[in-house]
Design a protein around this ligand. Structure first.
Ligand code: MN
Length: 301
Protein backbone atom coordinates (compact mmCIF):
# COMPACT_ATOMS: atom_id res chain seq x y z
CA UNK A 1 0.00 0.00 0.00
CA UNK A 2 1.17 3.51 -0.79
CA UNK A 3 0.10 6.16 1.73
CA UNK A 4 0.22 9.89 1.02
CA UNK A 5 -0.29 13.06 2.98
CA UNK A 6 -1.85 15.74 0.77
CA UNK A 7 -3.80 19.01 0.72
CA UNK A 8 -2.90 20.24 4.21
CA UNK A 9 -2.95 17.04 6.16
CA UNK A 10 -5.40 14.77 4.32
CA UNK A 11 -4.40 11.11 4.16
CA UNK A 12 -4.79 8.96 1.07
CA UNK A 13 -4.03 5.62 -0.52
CA UNK A 14 -2.43 5.79 -3.94
CA UNK A 15 -4.01 3.50 -6.53
CA UNK A 16 -2.06 3.88 -9.76
CA UNK A 17 -2.59 7.43 -10.99
CA UNK A 18 -5.41 8.03 -8.53
CA UNK A 19 -5.76 8.68 -4.81
CA UNK A 20 -8.45 7.44 -2.42
CA UNK A 21 -9.12 9.85 0.44
CA UNK A 22 -9.09 7.97 3.76
CA UNK A 23 -8.67 10.99 6.04
CA UNK A 24 -11.68 9.97 8.14
CA UNK A 25 -10.60 6.33 8.44
CA UNK A 26 -7.13 7.47 9.50
CA UNK A 27 -8.56 9.66 12.25
CA UNK A 28 -6.66 12.64 10.84
CA UNK A 29 -7.72 16.26 11.30
CA UNK A 30 -6.64 18.25 8.21
CA UNK A 31 -5.51 21.81 8.72
CA UNK A 32 -4.83 21.39 12.43
CA UNK A 33 -1.52 21.81 14.24
CA UNK A 34 0.53 19.83 14.97
CA UNK A 35 0.16 17.81 11.75
CA UNK A 36 0.23 14.33 13.25
CA UNK A 37 -2.29 12.53 11.03
CA UNK A 38 0.13 10.04 9.51
CA UNK A 39 1.91 9.41 12.82
CA UNK A 40 -1.43 8.52 14.42
CA UNK A 41 -2.38 6.26 11.52
CA UNK A 42 0.92 4.39 11.77
CA UNK A 43 0.51 4.02 15.54
CA UNK A 44 -3.04 2.69 15.12
CA UNK A 45 -2.26 0.63 12.02
CA UNK A 46 -3.35 -2.76 13.36
CA UNK A 47 -6.78 -1.45 14.28
CA UNK A 48 -7.33 0.77 11.26
CA UNK A 49 -5.86 -1.12 8.33
CA UNK A 50 -8.78 -3.53 7.72
CA UNK A 51 -11.09 -0.58 6.99
CA UNK A 52 -8.45 0.90 4.69
CA UNK A 53 -8.25 -2.26 2.63
CA UNK A 54 -12.02 -2.20 2.37
CA UNK A 55 -11.95 1.44 1.26
CA UNK A 56 -9.64 0.62 -1.64
CA UNK A 57 -12.33 -1.50 -3.24
CA UNK A 58 -15.38 0.61 -2.38
CA UNK A 59 -14.49 4.28 -2.34
CA UNK A 60 -14.34 6.82 -5.12
CA UNK A 61 -10.89 7.97 -6.14
CA UNK A 62 -9.65 11.12 -7.79
CA UNK A 63 -6.65 11.95 -9.94
CA UNK A 64 -3.43 11.97 -7.97
CA UNK A 65 -2.22 14.84 -10.15
CA UNK A 66 -4.90 17.09 -8.64
CA UNK A 67 -3.59 16.55 -5.10
CA UNK A 68 -0.73 18.59 -3.66
CA UNK A 69 1.47 15.98 -2.01
CA UNK A 70 3.18 16.82 1.27
CA UNK A 71 5.87 15.16 3.36
CA UNK A 72 4.21 11.83 4.22
CA UNK A 73 5.24 12.04 7.88
CA UNK A 74 5.19 15.68 8.93
CA UNK A 75 5.65 15.47 12.69
CA UNK A 76 7.87 12.52 13.58
CA UNK A 77 9.36 12.20 17.03
CA UNK A 78 12.81 12.16 15.41
CA UNK A 79 14.83 11.78 12.23
CA UNK A 80 17.80 9.47 12.75
CA UNK A 81 20.50 9.64 10.08
CA UNK A 82 23.52 7.50 9.35
CA UNK A 83 26.76 9.08 8.04
CA UNK A 84 29.51 7.27 6.17
CA UNK A 85 27.48 4.16 5.45
CA UNK A 86 28.94 3.19 2.05
CA UNK A 87 32.66 2.53 1.56
CA UNK A 88 32.79 4.34 -1.79
CA UNK A 89 31.28 7.49 -0.28
CA UNK A 90 33.80 7.45 2.57
CA UNK A 91 36.58 7.26 -0.03
CA UNK A 92 35.28 10.21 -2.04
CA UNK A 93 34.99 12.38 1.08
CA UNK A 94 38.59 11.59 1.99
CA UNK A 95 39.86 12.48 -1.44
CA UNK A 96 37.64 15.53 -1.74
CA UNK A 97 38.81 17.18 1.45
CA UNK A 98 42.43 16.12 1.66
CA UNK A 99 42.12 16.73 5.35
CA UNK A 100 42.69 13.22 6.56
CA UNK A 101 39.39 11.72 7.55
CA UNK A 102 40.55 8.74 9.52
CA UNK A 103 39.83 5.48 7.79
CA UNK A 104 37.88 4.14 10.74
CA UNK A 105 35.27 6.85 10.30
CA UNK A 106 32.24 4.86 9.25
CA UNK A 107 28.75 4.28 10.53
CA UNK A 108 29.57 0.94 12.13
CA UNK A 109 31.96 2.65 14.54
CA UNK A 110 30.62 6.19 14.52
CA UNK A 111 26.91 5.67 15.00
CA UNK A 112 24.18 8.06 13.91
CA UNK A 113 23.18 11.70 14.24
CA UNK A 114 19.86 13.54 14.30
CA UNK A 115 18.49 15.92 11.71
CA UNK A 116 15.93 18.58 12.70
CA UNK A 117 12.35 17.45 12.10
CA UNK A 118 11.60 20.96 10.82
CA UNK A 119 13.89 20.31 7.84
CA UNK A 120 11.26 17.96 6.38
CA UNK A 121 9.61 18.98 3.13
CA UNK A 122 7.52 17.19 0.55
CA UNK A 123 7.55 16.26 -3.12
CA UNK A 124 5.82 19.48 -4.21
CA UNK A 125 8.14 21.75 -2.24
CA UNK A 126 11.27 23.39 -3.60
CA UNK A 127 14.64 22.81 -1.97
CA UNK A 128 15.54 26.33 -0.82
CA UNK A 129 19.25 27.14 -0.64
CA UNK A 130 20.62 29.54 1.97
CA UNK A 131 22.82 32.30 0.49
CA UNK A 132 26.16 31.21 1.92
CA UNK A 133 28.95 32.66 -0.19
CA UNK A 134 31.68 30.22 -1.11
CA UNK A 135 29.92 27.20 0.35
CA UNK A 136 28.83 24.08 -1.47
CA UNK A 137 25.43 22.61 -0.71
CA UNK A 138 25.29 18.92 -1.61
CA UNK A 139 22.61 16.37 -2.38
CA UNK A 140 22.71 13.03 -0.58
CA UNK A 141 20.39 10.38 -2.02
CA UNK A 142 19.04 8.15 0.73
CA UNK A 143 16.37 5.63 1.63
CA UNK A 144 13.99 6.72 4.37
CA UNK A 145 12.91 3.91 6.70
CA UNK A 146 9.65 4.70 8.52
CA UNK A 147 9.27 3.04 11.91
CA UNK A 148 5.95 1.36 12.69
CA UNK A 149 6.12 0.39 16.36
CA UNK A 150 7.47 1.70 19.63
CA UNK A 151 10.57 -0.19 20.69
CA UNK A 152 13.75 -0.07 22.76
CA UNK A 153 16.55 -2.60 22.57
CA UNK A 154 15.25 -4.15 19.36
CA UNK A 155 17.33 -7.11 18.15
CA UNK A 156 18.44 -7.64 14.57
CA UNK A 157 16.17 -10.67 14.41
CA UNK A 158 13.11 -8.62 15.35
CA UNK A 159 14.02 -5.45 13.45
CA UNK A 160 11.95 -6.15 10.35
CA UNK A 161 8.78 -6.12 12.46
CA UNK A 162 9.51 -2.49 13.37
CA UNK A 163 9.64 -1.24 9.78
CA UNK A 164 6.36 0.31 8.67
CA UNK A 165 7.54 1.28 5.23
CA UNK A 166 9.92 3.21 3.03
CA UNK A 167 10.11 6.60 1.37
CA UNK A 168 12.54 8.53 -0.82
CA UNK A 169 14.70 10.93 1.19
CA UNK A 170 17.32 13.55 0.39
CA UNK A 171 19.78 14.54 3.10
CA UNK A 172 20.80 18.03 1.96
CA UNK A 173 23.90 19.49 3.58
CA UNK A 174 26.13 22.56 3.62
CA UNK A 175 29.70 21.22 3.44
CA UNK A 176 31.98 22.55 6.11
CA UNK A 177 33.21 21.97 9.63
CA UNK A 178 30.44 23.49 11.69
CA UNK A 179 28.20 21.20 13.73
CA UNK A 180 26.67 18.67 11.38
CA UNK A 181 23.16 19.09 12.76
CA UNK A 182 23.22 22.80 11.87
CA UNK A 183 24.62 22.23 8.38
CA UNK A 184 21.91 19.65 7.64
CA UNK A 185 18.89 21.28 9.26
CA UNK A 186 17.92 24.23 7.07
CA UNK A 187 14.22 24.22 6.22
CA UNK A 188 13.63 21.97 3.15
CA UNK A 189 16.92 20.08 3.67
CA UNK A 190 15.06 16.80 4.19
CA UNK A 191 12.69 16.25 1.27
CA UNK A 192 10.69 13.03 1.67
CA UNK A 193 8.03 11.32 -0.38
CA UNK A 194 6.21 11.03 -2.60
CA UNK A 195 4.51 8.54 -0.24
CA UNK A 196 5.22 5.72 2.19
CA UNK A 197 5.35 2.32 0.53
CA UNK A 198 4.46 -0.20 3.23
CA UNK A 199 7.04 -2.83 4.08
CA UNK A 200 4.93 -5.75 2.84
CA UNK A 201 5.56 -4.53 -0.73
CA UNK A 202 9.34 -4.81 -0.37
CA UNK A 203 10.42 -8.45 -0.51
CA UNK A 204 14.08 -8.00 0.34
CA UNK A 205 15.29 -5.09 2.48
CA UNK A 206 18.86 -5.86 1.38
CA UNK A 207 18.17 -5.43 -2.32
CA UNK A 208 16.64 -1.97 -2.71
CA UNK A 209 18.09 0.02 -5.62
CA UNK A 210 18.20 3.82 -5.63
CA UNK A 211 19.38 6.48 -8.07
CA UNK A 212 19.65 10.25 -8.10
CA UNK A 213 19.65 12.44 -11.21
CA UNK A 214 20.67 16.09 -11.40
CA UNK A 215 19.18 17.85 -14.45
CA UNK A 216 18.58 14.44 -16.00
CA UNK A 217 22.12 13.17 -15.45
CA UNK A 218 22.68 10.20 -13.13
CA UNK A 219 24.93 11.15 -10.20
CA UNK A 220 24.27 8.52 -7.54
CA UNK A 221 23.36 4.85 -7.76
CA UNK A 222 23.40 2.24 -5.01
CA UNK A 223 21.73 -0.74 -3.43
CA UNK A 224 21.01 -1.43 0.22
CA UNK A 225 23.09 -4.60 -0.17
CA UNK A 226 26.18 -2.35 -0.09
CA UNK A 227 25.33 -0.63 3.19
CA UNK A 228 27.95 -0.90 5.94
CA UNK A 229 25.25 -0.75 8.63
CA UNK A 230 22.22 -2.54 7.16
CA UNK A 231 18.59 -1.79 7.96
CA UNK A 232 18.22 -4.29 10.85
CA UNK A 233 21.42 -2.96 12.40
CA UNK A 234 20.25 0.67 12.03
CA UNK A 235 17.21 -0.27 14.10
CA UNK A 236 19.23 -2.28 16.63
CA UNK A 237 21.80 0.49 17.07
CA UNK A 238 19.39 3.40 17.34
CA UNK A 239 16.99 1.54 19.64
CA UNK A 240 19.91 0.64 21.90
CA UNK A 241 20.10 4.35 22.67
CA UNK A 242 16.56 5.68 22.34
CA UNK A 243 12.98 4.52 22.18
CA UNK A 244 11.82 4.33 18.59
CA UNK A 245 8.32 5.68 18.03
CA UNK A 246 5.78 5.11 15.25
CA UNK A 247 6.53 7.56 12.44
CA UNK A 248 10.21 7.98 13.27
CA UNK A 249 12.33 8.21 10.13
CA UNK A 250 15.76 6.66 9.64
CA UNK A 251 17.89 8.04 6.79
CA UNK A 252 20.10 5.26 5.44
CA UNK A 253 23.23 7.23 4.55
CA UNK A 254 24.28 8.16 1.06
CA UNK A 255 26.33 6.33 -1.57
CA UNK A 256 29.14 7.86 -3.62
CA UNK A 257 28.45 10.63 -6.11
CA UNK A 258 27.42 13.51 -3.87
CA UNK A 259 27.86 16.93 -5.40
CA UNK A 260 26.82 20.58 -5.32
CA UNK A 261 23.40 21.87 -6.30
CA UNK A 262 22.54 25.36 -7.51
CA UNK A 263 19.58 27.61 -8.13
CA UNK A 264 17.52 26.16 -10.99
CA UNK A 265 18.72 22.58 -10.69
CA UNK A 266 16.19 19.77 -10.84
CA UNK A 267 16.79 16.68 -8.69
CA UNK A 268 15.08 13.36 -9.33
CA UNK A 269 15.32 10.52 -6.81
CA UNK A 270 14.16 7.05 -7.86
CA UNK A 271 13.96 4.08 -5.46
CA UNK A 272 12.82 0.86 -7.10
CA UNK A 273 9.63 -0.48 -5.59
CA UNK A 274 9.27 2.57 -3.33
CA UNK A 275 8.68 5.60 -5.57
CA UNK A 276 10.26 8.60 -7.21
CA UNK A 277 10.01 12.35 -6.96
CA UNK A 278 11.34 15.38 -8.81
CA UNK A 279 12.35 18.48 -6.86
CA UNK A 280 13.22 22.01 -7.96
CA UNK A 281 16.15 23.79 -6.32
CA UNK A 282 15.96 27.54 -5.84
CA UNK A 283 17.95 30.24 -4.11
CA UNK A 284 16.47 31.56 -0.88
CA UNK A 285 17.22 34.64 1.18
CA UNK A 286 17.36 33.31 4.73
CA UNK A 287 20.25 31.49 6.39
CA UNK A 288 23.07 34.03 6.61
CA UNK A 289 24.81 34.36 9.96
CA UNK A 290 28.31 35.15 11.16
CA UNK A 291 28.75 31.51 12.12
CA UNK A 292 29.22 30.69 8.42
CA UNK A 293 31.71 33.43 7.70
CA UNK A 294 34.95 31.82 8.67
CA UNK A 295 36.71 29.89 5.94
CA UNK A 296 36.40 26.36 7.15
CA UNK A 297 34.83 24.70 4.17
CA UNK A 298 37.37 21.87 4.22
CA UNK A 299 36.00 18.63 5.39
CA UNK A 300 32.75 17.24 5.53
CA UNK A 301 30.48 14.61 6.42
MN1 MN B 1 23.45 11.62 4.69
Amino acid sequence: MKLVTFDQGRIGIVDGERVIDITDLAGAEPGTWPPVGMVRLIADWQARSPALHDAVTRRESRPLAEARLEAPVQWPNKIIAFPANYHAHIDEMKHGSGSGVISTYKASGQGFFLKANSSLSGPADDIVLPPLAGREIHHECELGVVIGRRGRGVTRADARDYVFGFTCLLDMVVRGKEERVMRKSFDTFCPTGPWITTADEIADFDNIEMRLFVNGEERQSASTRNLIVDIPEMIAMSSAVMTLEPGDIIASGTPAGVGPVEDGDVLEIVIDGVGSMTLDVRQGELGMHAVWDEAKAGLAV
